[in-house]
Design a protein around this ligand. Structure first.
Ligand SMILES: Nc1ncnc2c1ncn2[C@@H]1O[C@H](COP(=O)(O)OP(=O)(O)O)[C@@H](O)[C@H]1O
Ligand SMILES: N[C@@H](CCC(=O)OP(=O)(O)O)C(=O)O
Length: 373
């Protein structure tokens, strides 16, 4: 069976766990990293937008310090993470640089994603990096977190990043081929689950065990991550990072790993997510024709149907669309900034290039990014 949802995904968050990255505790596995980088570059060339969530700082730091046992004291873990993070980003940077790609380090904490302003700032920085075709490499900011506010495992962080960048696919690379119907460490006969709905309660029982010696979360946090990612409509794949050409094969639609699907359609979930999480930055006053097109025709909003632009917003920010009498019709993500929108309203989409010198999209707000109210 072809996995079209995976093959067709445009924006991927790829999460690589400690167990995989650190060759089972022997420092960073640069050879394996190089193989994933090659595949990520190929995805990039195929037009896929990529964000990487990389664990391994603590494990890499332990190996630099010659520690063989993971410390339990928080300050020692934090010290190891601070040391290891250097090696981790160096390794990603040099590996991507061999293919002419830049990387960018982003360290996030729980607070960054729960505080609205910081959430929106992180979102716009990540969007900018993705547009610049740079690969963001994200990890938890271990130095400043306390026990109560730690993500602890990067599965949760990766899912929140998938929400943040509105990814359509979260790929969790791990040391098993996927999620099995029982922990394969203690059940050699366990079999791989190929597909399930992320919200299926039967999965709670099979994902019961904890992580390995190096990883933190085990399958439980991966399942929770899939459920979190599903809130913004993303599909999740849990798959073996050591499988040959794993990312290429996912892109080709091959049925490997465990695919966990959102319960609701991608578009509906994504729209609900957008409505609940983004502040509006401006207002577009529509003409009567545009009001009808949006509310009855399920159409995109074209510049020609807009009479007035209010507020100051950037490309990708949320705007309110109102009727001439001020009644709110919809909200949506603008394809142009307020300044650009001022110049193109009332004009046909063909005129955009002449007016701005380029055309990002023919619509001012695409219907996939429009939420009717
Ligand atoms: N149902 C299950 N299917 C697969 N693996 C499971 C399951 N339950 C528990 N596990 C364990 O989860 C481990 C992977 O999680 P973890 O060690 O946290 O890795 P990572 O560093 O990749 O996040 C596997 O090695 C496996 O032993
Ligand atoms: N921030 C930590 C990641 C924590 C962790 O071990 O995560 P994971 O291996 O993904 O379960 C680190 O870089 O070591």
């Amino acid at each position: 069976m072809m996995r079209s949802k995976v093959a067709g995904a445009q924006r991927w968050v790829v999460k690589i766990g400690s167990a995989l990255l650190t060759a089972d505790g022997k420092g960073l596995d640069r050879a394996a990293m190089g193989v994933w980088v090659e595949q990520m570059v190929a995805l990039h060339e195929a037009g896929v937008e990529l964000v990487l969530v990389s664990s391994g700082a603590v494990a890499a730091g332990m190996s630099r310090l010659g520690w063989t046992v993971r410390p339990s004291a928080m300050h020692e873990l934090q010290a190891a993470a601070a040391i290891g993070q250097m090696g981790l980003v160096q390794a990603w940077e040099s590996s991507f640089a061999r293919h002419g790609r830049h990387t960018a380090q982003i360290l996030l904490t729980h607070d960054d994603l729960s505080d609205r302003k910081r959430y929106l700032n992180a979102r716009s920085t990540l969007r900018a990096l993705v547009e610049l075709k740079v690969i963001p490499v994200i990890n938890e900011n271990d130095t400043v977190v306390t026990d109560e506010i730690r993500f602890g495992d990067n599965d949760t962080l990766a899912a929140l990043v998938a929400n943040l960048v509105e990814a359509d696919l979260l790929v969790i690379l791990t040391d098993r081929d996927g999620m099995f119907d029982a922990d394969p460490r203690n059940n050699p006969g366990a079999s791989l689950i190929y597909e399930a709905r992320a919200d299926d309660p039967a999965l709670d029982a099979v994902a019961g065990g904890t992580g390995g010696a190096l990883g933190r979360g085990g399958m439980q946090t991966k399942l929770r991550a899939a459920r979190l990612a599903a809130r913004s409509g993303a599909h999740t794949i849990i798959v073996g990072g050591r499988l040959e050409r794993v990312l290429d094969r996912l892109k080709a639609g091959e049925r490997i790993g465990t695919l966990l699907s959102p319960e609701r359609g991608m578009l509906a979930a994504r729209k609900q997510w957008l409505a609940g999480h983004l502040q509006t930055r401006g207002t577009l006053v529509l003409d009567a024709g545009a009001v009808t097109a949006l509310s009855q025709g399920n159409k995109s909003l074209l510049p020609v149907g807009v009479k007035l632009v209010q507020g100051s917003f950037r490309r990708g920010e949320m705007v309110v669309c109102v009727a001439p009498d001020g009644r709110e019709i919809a909200r949506g993500l603008a394809n142009y900034s307020a300044l650009e929108a001022q110049k193109i309203i009332g004009q046909s989409s063909e005129a955009i290039v002449g007016l701005l010198g380029y055309m990002a999209e023919p619509e001012l707000v695409h219907r996939d990014n429009l939420i009717l109210v």
